[in-house]
Design a protein around this ligand. Sequence first.
Ligand code: ADP
Ligand code: ADP
Length: 228
Amino acid sequence: KPIVSLKAISKTFSNGTVALSDMALDIRQGEFISLLGPSGCGKSTALRIIAGLATASTGTVDWPSATYDPDGRPDREIGFVFQEPTLMPWATVFGNVWLPLRLKGISKAAARADIMHALELVGLAKFAESYPRELSGGMKMRVSIARALVTQPKILLMDEPFAALDEITRFKLNNDILRLREQLGWTVVFVTHSVFESVYLSSRIVVMAARPGRVVAEIDIDVPGPRG
Ligand code: ADP
Ligand code: ADP
């Protein structure tokens, strides 16, 4: 049973732009899916709809095994990594990674072990007391990845996370992501317009085209195995 299932998703913005047309996608445990396509083909829109940051005009997003919070909202257990690291400049690295736990009412003391573990995973434990302005672009992005994984989300959604970085930093981060994927068995949806990144990182590439945004091909990369 998939973690998330998109069925016949279409999205038309109020100005009439049709961003997505009849998109279907099942996301299964342990998959690393790249949404690949040119600018404007609806990749970000699809990711935002999965995250609940935007609503579809028609179609449904099912979370077949989701649990529900006391207000009856599905507890989506998502980590979202934006194109920009979006760190709070006035907080330390530690404070930034604490944020999603703080929003759940978890104190700094109770969160400490989880925060330090997340920072270790991205190689930045030594920088816990640093401020974002003291870090390179690649390090800031790694903090933003630590912040997304500190809650141990079921799915990590990444929206062109490395677009603003130079090629070498980007390549290093790709390797970090590969290592973390193997270490943690992540389920990831990764938006990119880089063919290289999609082939290098994914178990499945979902190719999209524009006007209107739609899926035109799906390519399985991993040899089918026990991970299913
Ligand atoms: P991608 O991530 O593939 O670049 P987007 O999902 O950002 O594509 O955008 C898909 C289409 O929807 C584009 O034509 C874009 O201009 C349009 N679009 C995105 N957001 C809005 C919005 N808030 N209002 C109107 N049109 C939008
Ligand atoms: P990135 O590629 O992540 O942007 P670099 O590896 O180019 O960062 O490093 C930028 C600077 O930060 C260098 O001076 C590097 O020594 C330092 N640096 C980056 N990551 C670490 C780390 N995990 N531990 C110590 N220093 C680091």
